[in-house]
Design a protein around this ligand. Structure first.
Ligand SMILES: Cc1cc2nc3c(=O)[nH]c(=O)nc-3n(C[C@H](O)[C@H](O)[C@H](O)COP(=O)(O)O)c2cc1C
Length: 346
């Protein structure tokens, strides 16, 4: 690894997207605040605003705030771009995000203008959003099974079908799991977050610095596991669920499906199980349900207490989880994404 990549493994020079609200249009419904996965918005004077708690600059640009806003009052301006170091991405994403462009001839049209030209499957793909606002209404086991059935028919390497499902549809058990995982995440924030910021529900010291021992250890850990220590994760991504008592990592969804994988399966079993999950989420949305992957369940991997609680045993390992339920209204809508990086070779 060259010198440049060794530098800026933590706190690299970064540009973050900006949340812009049209105050005239905002009705103060607070849906954008509730749907934000990293809780960077709050209600103030009956309007949605970026809060200082987890620093507005940690926006992951999922744009679900835009998707849930019926008034079209929100814009996310700019992109997440890292300019130097291990996480540098401004060279691989030189352009900004664009809306879906599946049909060349409708490239600059609104999605609604060409939606009827798409197949049913395409429509679900482009409009599916991670749902974080659920009704309390229970989902029947028959419907849950229907979602899992779509997963069962996913492709897998050598047809090895490594997946296994744990379904929890009991509120108390889901709440208990949420609490245990947030406790586990607190240990991670001790390592990754400036301690003056940690545990602060109200704004912490915005100039808080990592301690000397964190600065010494973190670069090594980050370089070894860049996926777990991306700057967006080590900021609000973990600190928010770990420290905010109102946060529920499963968004109080009535159903939680854990996806496990048999580690002895053929090839990349995590990939197979991910594909199975995507069949399930697409099927869920096509059935009028809402779903959201919750990768924070990964904390289970490091806790024998949690494994015991969930009955996860050899040869199965946890891969991810899917929160499931009836959405509070029609929340699915298309949003912009980073341009595809394509090398066409003759
Ligand atoms: C493997 C995986 C893990 C995820 N984990 C979480 C999570 O722990 N919490 C959360 O709120 N969203 C989680 N998400 C949802 C992503 O934030 C979301 O897919 C992304 O921001 C794009 O938004 P969209 O799904 O609405 O298109 C996860 C998604 C995937 C695929």
């Amino acid at each position: 690894m060259n010198f440049e990549k060794r530098r800026f493994t933590t706190s690299p020079p970064t540009t973050f997207a900006e949340f812009i609200l049209d105050e005239e249009k905002c009705t103060g419904c607070a849906k954008c605040v509730k749907t934000c996965p990293i809780q960077i918005l709050e209600m103030k004077d009956n309007k949605a605003r970026p809060n200082k708690r987890y620093r507005e600059h940690r926006c992951i640009t999922c744009q679900n705030c835009i998707a849930v806003c019926k008034q079209d009052a929100i814009q996310i301006k700019g992109d997440y771009r890292v300019h130097r170091g291990l996480f540098k991405n401004d060279d691989i994403f030189p352009d900004t995000k664009t809306m879906p462009e599946p049909i060349e001839e409708y490239k600059n049209y609104n999605f609604e203008d060409y939606e009827d030209k798409l197949t049913e499957t395409e429509r679900v793909i482009y409009k599916r959003r991670s749902i974080r606002l659920y009704k309390k209404k229970p989902v029947s086991r028959e419907l849950i099974k229907r979602v899992i059935e779509a997963g069962r028919f996913a492709p897998s390497a050598g047809n090895n079908q490594p997946w296994k499902f744990i379904v929890i549809d009991n509120k108390e058990t889901i709440d208990n799991l949420d609490m245990e995982i947030r406790n586990a995440l607190r240990y991670i924030t001790y390592l990754t977050v400036a301690h003056a910021e940690r545990d602060k529900k109200t704004p912490g010291d915005m100039n808080a610095r990592l301690s000397l021992w964190q600065k010494a250890i973190l670069p090594w850990i980050v370089r070894k596991n860049p996926n777990d220590f991306d700057p967006r994760v080590t900021g609000g991504g973990i600190n928010a669920p770990a420290s905010d008592p109102d946060f529920h990592i499963f968004f109080r969804a009535p159903v939680l499906i854990l996806l496990l994988s048999d580690y002895r399966g053929i090839g990349k079993t995590h990939l197979d199980t991910g594909i199975c999950g995507q069949n399930m989420t697409l099927a869920a949305h096509s059935l009028g349900l809402g779903a959201c992957y919750v990768g924070l369940i990964d904390a289970v991997r490091y806790s024998s207490k949690l494994k015991k609680m969930l009955g996860i045993k050899h040869p199965f390992e946890i891969i991810t989880s899917i929160a499931l339920g009836y959405p509070q209204g029609d929340l699915d809508k298309s949003v912009a994404r980073e341009p595809a990086r394509i090398d066409w070779l003759d």
